[in-house]
Design a protein around this ligand. Structure first.
Ligand SMILES: [Zn+2]
Length: 67
């Protein structure tokens, strides 16, 4: 049996803290900043975001991977 999973219908968002792509419906935490809602894979990511949201929203334009 072959099972094909299609995820094209699911709208995904990026967790700006860790760079992970997540489904907003299953996001562990959300945060609002400058009228926009941001989604996070874990509460820890939200905490990091809330500490310094500017750092993460600014870094959105860059394609930099940090761990
Ligand atoms: Zn995360």
């Amino acid at each position: 049996m072959t099972e094909i999973k299609k995820e094209t219908k699911m709208e995904k968002v990026k967790d700006l803290v860790c760079g992970m792509t997540i489904d907003p419906r299953t996001a562990a935490a959300t945060s609002e900043y400058e009228g926009q809602t941001y989604y996070f894979c874990a509460r820890g990511c939200k905490v990091s975001f809330d500490k310094d949201p500017e750092k993460y929203t600014k870094g959105e334009k860059e394609t930099k991977h940090e761990h």
